[in-house]
Design a protein around this ligand. Structure first.
Ligand code: NZQ
Ligand code: ZN
Length: 393
C-alpha cells in the first residue's frame, strides 16, 4: 500500500425529505445570504426549488436565484453567477442540481474568493487559487460525485475546451442527499449516472503496483452494487433502495475512498471524454462508456493482473486458459453490461463520428491538458489517445 492522505470534510445529510432541512443546516454553518444556483427546468418543475427556498425563508436566510446551468457547464454562466453573487453579498453558493450545477457553483466560489483574477486561469493551469467561497448542495442526480470530490469541470465555450480542476479548497461544506429526488430522472440520465459512478472507481482500480486488500474489496463491492442497482432501476425506476445505493455510491466513488493506497489514478477515459464533451457536447457518462472498451483493449496487456482480478472479482468470469483470455472476457462482460443499460459502447452509438482531423485535435488537446501524458494503467501520449478514438469509432 502506498502512502496517502484522506480528506473528506463534507457533512452529508442523507435520506427521505432531507431537503426540508436545508435552511436549518445552513444556519448551523452561520450563513445569512445565499445564491441558489440551478440548471434547466427539472428543479423548477418538480417544485424542489420552491421547497428549498421555503426552507431558507423559514430559517431567515436571504436568497437570490440563478438558473440556466447546462450539462457541460459553461464559463459564461460562472461569470454571470459570480457577478450576481457579489452584488447580492452571498456568503455561500447553494447548488440545487447535479454535477454541472455543483461544478458551476464551485467555479463561482473560486471567482468570489479572488475577484481580481480570471477564474479560467485555474482550469488552464495558469495559477493556483488562494481560496473558494463555501458551497453546499441539494443533489438531484447520482453521477458525477462532485458533492464530495475536490474537482470541478467547466467548459469554455469560446475555445471549446472542457477542463477539470482539482483542489481541496472547493470541497462542499454540506451535501443534502435525498434519493427520492432522483426518481424524476430520464432513464438515459440514470444509466449515464451509473456509468460515471462505475468509471470513477475503475479509473482508480486499473493502476500499477502495490498490494491493496481493503481498498480493492471496497472498490469491488461498490462496482457490483452499482451494476446490480442500475439493472433494478432500468426495470423499476422508482425503487428507493436502488436509488439510495446509487446515490451513496456516487459520493464514495469520487471522494477518493476507492483508490486509497493505490499508485495514482488513471483517468485517461475521463480525459478522452472531456474532449468529446468540449467538441460535441455529449452526456458525460455516455461518452465514458463509448470510449472505455477501446481504451481497455488498448491497455489491458500492460495492466494484466488488475484486469484479471476485475474479471474474476467483479464480472464473475471463470478464469480461462490464459490471463489474457480472462482479462478480455472481463472487458467484454462490462461492455455487455453497458449495452444492457442502453449505454453506447462506440462513438458511433454515442452519435458522434469524428473526422481524422477532429480526432487529432482532441488527442492533441487531451495530451496538452494533461501536460503531455496521462494514465497509470498505461501511460498515454498524444498518439495513443488518437489511436483509442480511432478504435472507439
Ligand atoms: O438542467 P436540469 O433541467 O436540472 O436537467 C438535468 C440535466 O439535463 C437533469 N436532471 C438532474 N437532476 C434531475 C434531472 N432531471 C430530472 N430529475 C432530476 N432529479 O439531468 C441532466 C444532467 O445533469 P448534470 O448535472 O449535467 O449531470 P451530472 O451530475 O452527470 O454532471 C455532469 C457534469 O459533471 C462533470 C461532467 O464532466 C459533466 O460536466 N463531472 C464532474 C466531476 C466532479 N466535479 O467531480 C467528475 C465527473 O467525472 C465529471 O467529469
Ligand atoms: Zn466522471
Amino acid at each position: 500500500m502506498f502512502d496517502f492522505q484522506y480528506y473528506a470534510p463534507t457533512r452529508v445529510v442523507f435520506g427521505r425529505g432531507a431537503e426540508a432541512r436545508t435552511g436549518q443546516l445552513l444556519r448551523e454553518l452561520g450563513v445569512n445570504r445565499v445564491l441558489v444556483h440551478y440548471g434547466g427546468q427539472s428543479a423548477v418543475r418538480s417544485g424542489l426549488l420552491d421547497r428549498v427556498e421555503a426552507s431558507l425563508d423559514e430559517a431567515g436566510i436571504a436568497h437570490t436565484r440563478l438558473g440556466g446551468v447546462v450539462p457541460n457547464p459553461r464559463l459564461s454562466k460562472v461569470r454571470e453567477g459570480a457577478r450576481l453573487a457579489r452584488d447580492f453579498g452571498a456568503e455561500l453558493i447553494l447548488a440545487v442540481g447535479g454535477g454541472s450545477v455543483i461544478d458551476s457553483s464551485k467555479a463561482i466560489g473560486y471567482s468570489l474568493a479572488e475577484p481580481e483574477e480570471d477564474v479560467w486561469d485555474l482550469y488552464a493551469r495558469k495559477r493556483k487559487p488562494r481560496g473558494c467561497f463555501p458551497v453546499a448542495c441539494v443533489l438531484t442526480i447520482a453521477a458525477a460525485g462532485s458533492e464530495m470530490s475536490n474537482s470541478s469541470v467547466i467548459t469554455n465555450e469560446e475555445t471549446g475546451e472542457k477542463r477539470g480542476y482539482r483542489n481541496d479548497l472547493c470541497r462542499l461544506k454540506l451535501a443534502i442527499m435525498n434519493p427520492e429526488l432522483t426518481v424524476t430522472l430520464p432513464p438515459y440520465q440514470t444509466a449515464a449516472g451509473c456509468t460515471d459512478i462505475l468509471m470513477h472507481t475503475l479509473e482508480r482500480y486499473f493502476t500499477q503496483g502495490g498490494t491493496l486488500e481493503l481498498t480493492d474489496r471496497i472498490a469491488e463491492g461498490l462496482l457490483r452494487t452499482v451494476m446490480k442497482s442500475a439493472l433494478i432501476l432500468r426495470d423499476d425506476p422508482a425503487n428507493y433502495d436502488a436509488r439510495a445505493e446509487v446515490m451513496w455510491a456516487s459520493s464514495l466513488s469520487h471522494n477518493d475512498l476507492t483508490g486509497l493506497g493505490a499508485n495514482g489514478m488513471d483517468f485517461v477515459p475521463h480525459g478522452l471524454e472531456h474532449e468529446l464533451g468540449g467538441m460535441f457536447d455529449v452526456t458525460h457518462g455516455a461518452g465514458l462508456s463509448a470510449v472505455w472498451p477501446a481504451w481497455a483493449r488498448y491497455v489491458y496487456r500492460d495492466c494484466l493482473p488488475r484486469f484479471v482480478q476485475f474479471a474474476v472479482n467483479v464480472m464473475e468470469i471463470r478464469p480461462g486458459a490464459s490471463d489474457e483470455e480472462t482479462a478480455l472476457a472481463g472487458i467484454a462482460a462490462l461492455e455487455d453490461f453497458f449495452r444492457s443499460i442502453h449505454m453506447p459502447v462506440t462513438l458511433k452509438e454515442l452519435g458522434v463520428e469524428p473526422t481524422e482531423e477532429q480526432i487529432l485535435a482532441m488527442a492533441a488537446s487531451c495530451a496538452k491538458g494533461a501536460g503531455g501524458k496521462k494514465g497509470t494503467a498505461k501511460v498515454m501520449y498524444e498518439a495513443d489517445m488518437a489511436e483509442i478514438y480511432r478504435l472507439a469509432r
